[in-house]
Design a protein around this ligand. Structure first.
Ligand code: SAM
Ligand code: SF4
Length: 440
């Protein structure tokens, strides 16, 4: 028997790409591929790319350049580009890097097995369609092998919101929700394989409206269905749009014990003028009202957000409004970015903020967010939290896992198994993690 072929996938960007990479590896598993730990060891390299910010495509071209030597030493090595850069650049990738064998967009990777056959015959394969068929229906069922205690599960893809800065509606296409029964089957299979926590994924996950037995389900209704899956201990979801934070979902945060007290709710800016120009369709005030309702339902919820600074025409006063909103909300963690011009999006054509000014604002914003993160972490000291143990730590007897609030926790003297949900007393807080002891 010949040795199995080895596949190395490098994943960039969001959690949806992490999920897609798993599914791509499984699709190519059908063709006999097993995981390669490094690119040097691979028979096929796939870059699963992200196009959300500037220079993404250039980074991919330079990464591809680094593979030239590998390809020269191993002519049978196949190189592919997947994800949103593949979708946006298409044929251009093969024109600029002729050694690339395969380019596949995020909606067509179910066709990878056929594309692999084609490239093994020495042809090129390009597929950046938005096909009629649902790729999840075409992908074979997932393998049964044991896996770690946490998993992502994509329930909704694409976006119809067209924020003025964002490429997602162009690279991922229109918003589509997967049927509830498929999601439940996938969740049960994951639990059988050892998964205890599932994070439901979507670009606008709370706009979920997948078909159920008696009509479309909301995200909250889907969560209640998942709540009944024996062995599934924790449910999370990301990313939510403030306008789609419906009352039943807010209520579920107060009543569904498997739904974790963590919510990623991007606002982008605290200035109504900028929010309008971003085409966000919410105001600072309406966002704050949503936050208030969520906190009324689940007072201890940890909030996280996304912020863009230096959006076209942002003044110091607009930026100050963002700082004020942050002061009011108090975020446990956050992702903040300098506005990055994306050709083809409406904001790209508008008067840009001076780069040095935007960098300086980003620094101020991040200083405030870091202070809030530190304060919230420190407020955890002395508290008892649930921790899902994910792996052994670096110190003898130590294990590492995530708290209900998604903090990394190092648990000392922990004689428990990976996948156990432990009760832990938090003893200390450091820059990006907490330390705790088992409550026996
Ligand atoms: N759908 C989610 C939402 O509306 O909040 C977010 C999806 S997007 C993949 C993740 C984040 O990237 C956004 O929330 C935004 O903060 C950031 N982002 C998107 N386009 C950007 C751009 N052109 N420049 C800077 N940041 C950007
Ligand atoms: Fe992009 Fe806006 Fe859609 Fe989020 S809601 S994916 S930021 S267009």
């Amino acid at each position: 028997m010949s040795a199995p072929k080895k596949l190395f996938i490098k994943t960039y960007g969001c959690q949806m790409n992490v999920y897609d990479s798993e599914r791509m590896a499984e699709a190519l598993g059908e063709k006999g591929y097993v995981e390669a730990k490094t690119a040097d060891d691979a028979d096929m390299i796939l870059l699963n790319t992200c196009h959300i910010r500037e220079k993404a495509a250039e980074k991919i071209y330079s990464e591809l350049g680094r593979f030239k030597g590998l390809k020269a030493a191993k002519p049978d090595l196949k190189i592919g580009v997947a994800g949103c850069v593949a979708q946006a650049e298409g044929q251009e990738i093969m024109r600029r890097q002729p050694m690339v064998d395969l380019v596949v967009g995020p909606q067509s990777y179910h066709r990878l097995p056929e594309m692999e056959t084609k490239i093994r015959q020495g042809e090129k394969a390009l597929d950046t369609d938005f096909p009629e068929e649902d790729k999840f229906e075409k992908l074979k069922s997932r393998p049964k092998a044991k896996r770690g205690p946490t998993a992502f599960l994509t329930v909704q893809e694409g976006c119809d919101k067209f924020c003025a800065f964002c490429v997602v509606p162009y690279t991922r296409g229109a918003e589509v929700s997967r049927p509830a029964d498929r999601i439940l089957t996938e969740a049960r299979d994951l639990v059988e394989r050892g998964v205890r926590e599932i994070t439901l994924l979507g670009q606008n996950v709370n706009a979920y409206h997948g078909a159920g037995e008696n009509g479309d389900l909301t995200l909250a209704q889907l969560i209640w269905q998942l709540d009944k899956v024996d062995g599934l201990e924790r449910i999370r979801f990301t990313t939510s749009h403030p306008n789609d934070m419906m009352d039943d979902l807010i209520e579920a945060h107060g009543t569904c014990t498997k739904l974790m007290p963590y919510l990623h709710l991007p606002v982008q800016s605290g200035s109504d003028k900028i929010l309008k120009r971003m085409n966000r369709s919410h105001t600072a005030e309406s966002y704050l009202r949503v936050v208030e309702k969520i906190r009324a339902a689940r007072p201890d919820i940890l909030l996280s957000g996304d912020f863009i600074v230096g959006f076209p025409e942002e003044t110091e006063a607009d930026f100050q409004a963002t700082l004020d909103l942050i002061e009011e909300v108090k975020y446990g963690t956050a992702y903040s970015f300098k506005y990055s011009t994306r050709p083809g999006t409406p904001a790209a054509e508008r008067p840009q903020v001076d780069d040095a000014e935007a960098s300086e604002r980003l620094q101020r914003l991040q200083a405030l967010l870091s202070r809030q993160q530190r304060e919230i972490q420190e407020s955890m000291v002395g508290r008892e939290v649930g921790v899902l143990l994910e792996k052994p730590g670096r110190l003898p007897g130590q294990m590492v896992g995530k708290s209900d609030y998604l903090h990394s926790v190092h648990v000392s003297d922990c004689n428990r198994e990976v996948g156990d949900l432990a009760r832990v007393r938090i003893m200390a807080s450091s820059t990006n993690s907490l330390a705790g002891e088992l409550i026996r």
